[in-house]
Write a protein of this length. Structure first.
Lengths: 115, 115
């Protein structure tokens, strides 16, 4: 069955360092992958979408890579700040045609940036 | 404010009861998605509507039902409630499909507590 795996252990880093979060998937052939940020008790917020033919995508301090051979996406936050502390979710469209828009989410990785 | 409105924000009810959660999508968005988030399960897809029609279904219990009205707002009905139904219920909308580059916009959720 389709599965998305994100590191369940929290990632603790020092302010100013680069945070790298991993999303692995199995039994998918996604045309795109999305990343979201979720703060406690709030709804996820869309950050970035990367397509299968894009190796890398950047938005301000965020960078996402997508390796369809390894079935993996890496999410980087450079020059991290305490305000970046949150849970980050990756999401893939689940099966079928490309037009349902139904996303399946990973469990998320919690990032804690210490000042 | 994301533009997606969910009401009520909190709901406490007894086992066996029925509740209705309401969602108003962002202006112009035709797709509405419902997700359940509990601590041990992460975000679980329930159901999707597109312009009033059911488009995709997840592992939604038979005790749960939903609909999208002509004005595009959506309601999620949960009946014969059990303790295990306690969770955060999120509604999301999108202006197009992820394959077109669209992400979801989530509401702030309804926290349901069944006692």
């Amino acid at each position: 069955s389709q599965k998305i795996e994100q590191n369940s252990e929290a990632l603790n880093i020092q302010e100013g360092k680069t945070a790298t979060l991993t999303c692995n998937y199995t039994n998918y052939s996604p045309a795109y992958l999305q990343w979201y940020r979720q703060d406690p008790g709030r709804g996820p917020v869309f950050l970035l979408l990367i397509r299968e033919n894009e190796k890398e995508k950047r938005k301000e301090r965020l960078k996402v890579t997508f390796d369809t051979t390894l079935k993996q996406s890496l999410f980087h936050i450079t020059a991290s700040q305490p305000a970046d502390s949150a849970t980050y979710l990756c999401a893939l469209e689940s099966g079928g045609s490309g037009n349902t828009g139904k996303l399946i989410f990973g469990q998320g990785t919690t990032l804690q940036v210490k000042p | 404010d994301s533009g997606v409105t969910q009401t009520p924000k909190h709901l406490i009810t007894a086992t066996g009861q029925r509740v209705t959660l309401r969602c108003s999508p962002r202006s112009g968005d035709l797709s509405v998605y419902w997700y359940q988030q509990s601590l041990d399960q992460g975000l679980q897809f329930l159901i999707q509507y597109y312009n009033g029609e059911e488009r995709a279904k997840g592992n939604i219990l038979e005790r749960f039902s939903a609909q999208q009205f002509p004005d595009l707002h959506s309601e999620l009905n949960l009946s014969s409630l059990e303790l295990g139904d306690s969770a955060l219920y999120f509604c999301a909308s999108s202006g197009g499909f992820p394959s077109e580059g669209y992400g979801y916009t989530f509401g702030s959720g309804t926290r349901l507590t069944v006692v």
